[in-house]
Design a protein around this ligand. Structure first.
Ligand code: HEC
Length: 409
């Protein structure tokens, strides 16, 4: 070891001692951990799918973490061999779809443009083949749950949606699903032990008229989840690649006992027995027009919820330099409405004008997450939606550079 390094170490030591003595250490640690844990709020939110009309949205419900027994006791009426044996599981907080994924949300994934499909390939996202015959299979369309997709298809949908929205969506684990379904209940059904009450909460064999029904029409469970049992059986994630594909919650064609919180349906070849193709499609299950999905998103993923404002993240993020490329993008994509000098619109007419971005008050309202969201998804002006829709043309980094450019105007 040479003299210089000893000197440096000595200074380092003296400095940390000084900090300790001043009692600053705790404060620094607190500040660091505050910056590390996301400032986002754990609350319900609505997500819009970028690039679609503003009605293509879904609600996510914040589900607090906790511990619960899943599976059914040996004596439970209607118990099946496929039920899990009772076990205690701990579940971390997560968001879950308030409703089952509906067709409006699923179709843009199935019928994505060739261009988008090619682009997504690079990110390892694949899109389903077009279904054989009508995708709806003579069942409900708008406002009805998407159904008939394989578990693989459902899982790929989550990847696609995650890329679109910037929030990591996935299928629930079995534990999360059952935890969310039970909402604290230890009874056979989430509403109690009485199967005669099923009609208040679920669409199933006795009341579905042998088809899917519009989502969200029955009473929710205690977490505020609709159709968590009945309507379509919901895919859960596989524990490993070799595990069987499992769906939970029973569907419109099932007897009431399949609405039990512990009930599980395990995929068999019969789910695809009507497929004329050989080998059968990996995307669509020809005979399972009663299986669909519900989304989940982990809470600790560290990304901001769409509604949350992340001032800490905005303060920490570096301002992008206004390179010629940034200026050219601004001129091309933004100046039409925001004005080349950032002082407001040129196209929309005064009452619907964009703000003056050289105004300090506008700058003071800067929030990186919200501004990028405005560019990605459009903004509400006088109750109308101005779609910018640049998410297809600009990368996340380019959008970020543009909002920092506007802030600096
Ligand atoms: C079709 C017109 C139009 C285009 C094109 C457009 N905007 Fe906007 N933008 C608006 C309007 C209108 C508003 C709402 C009023 C406001 O906040 O200025 C707005 C708002 C914003 C906001 C503020 C969001 C907030 O919460 O305060 C940002 C940031 C923004 N636009 C950035 C951009 C960027 C970057 C581009 C180019 C990629 C762009 N806009 C292109 C019309 C447009």
């Amino acid at each position: 070891m040479n003299d210089i390094s000893i000197a440096v170490r000595a200074v380092g030591l003296r400095r940390s001692l000084a900090i300790l003595a001043a009692g600053v250490m705790g404060t620094i640690a607190a500040a660091l951990s505050a910056a590390e844990t996301s400032p986002e709020k754990f609350e319900n939110y609505t997500e819009r799918i970028p690039g679609q009309s503003s009605t293509v949205a879904f609600d996510m419900v914040a589900i607090p973490g906790g511990e619960i027994s899943i599976g059914s006791p040996a004596g439970e009426a209607g118990r099946e061999e496929t039920d899990l044996a009772q076990a205690k599981v701990a579940v971390k907080p997560f968001w879950m779809g308030k409703c089952e994924v509906k067709w409006e949300e699923f179709l843009p994934f199935v019928f994505a443009s060739r261009e988008e499909i090619e682009k997504n390939k690079e990110d390892g996202i694949t899109h389903p083949t077009k279904p054989y015959g009508s995708i709806y299979r003579q069942r409900g369309e708008k406002g009805y749950p998407a159904m008939g997709m394989s578990q693989h298809n459902a899982a790929e949908y989550c990847k696609w949606l995650s890329k679109k929205t910037g929030h990591k969506y996935r299928l629930p684990t079995e534990a999360e699903w059952e935890y969310a379904c039970r909402a604290g209940a230890t009874t056979a059904y989430f509403w109690g032990d009485d199967p005669a009450m099923a009609g208040e909460y679920a669409w199933f064999k006795d009341n579905s008229e042998e088809t899917t029904q519009p989502i969200g029409k029955k009473k929710p469970n205690k977490f505020g989840l609709y159709d968590v049992v009945g309507n379509v059986t919901e895919w859960v994630s596989k524990e490993n690649a070799d595990a069987a594909a499992v769906a939970r919650g029973g569907g419109w064609s099932e007897p009431v006992t399949r609405l039990r919180s512990a009930s599980r349906m395990i995929e068999t070849e019969e789910w695809n027995e009507l497929d004329p193709q050989s080998p059968p499609s990996i995307w669509w299950l020809s005979a399972a027009d009663w299986v669909g999905l519900r989304l989940v998103r982990s809470f600790e993923s560290g990304e901001a919820a769409p509604a949350a404002t992340s001032t800490a993240a905005a303060a920490a993020a570096p301002a992008a330099p206004a390179t010629d490329a940034v200026k050219a993008n601004y001129k091309r994509y933004c100046a039409g409405c925001h004005g080349i000098d950032g002082k407001g619109q040129t196209k929309l007419g005064k009452s619907k004008g964009a703000k003056d971005y050289t105004d300090p008050k506008v700058k003071a309202g800067f929030d990186e997450a919200r501004w990028i969201k405005a560019v990605r998804e459009g903004v509400e002006v006088d109750g109308q939606h101005v779609m910018t829709g640049y998410e297809e043309k600009l990368t996340e980094a380019e959008m970020k550079a543009l909002v920092y450019f506007m802030k600096a105007l």
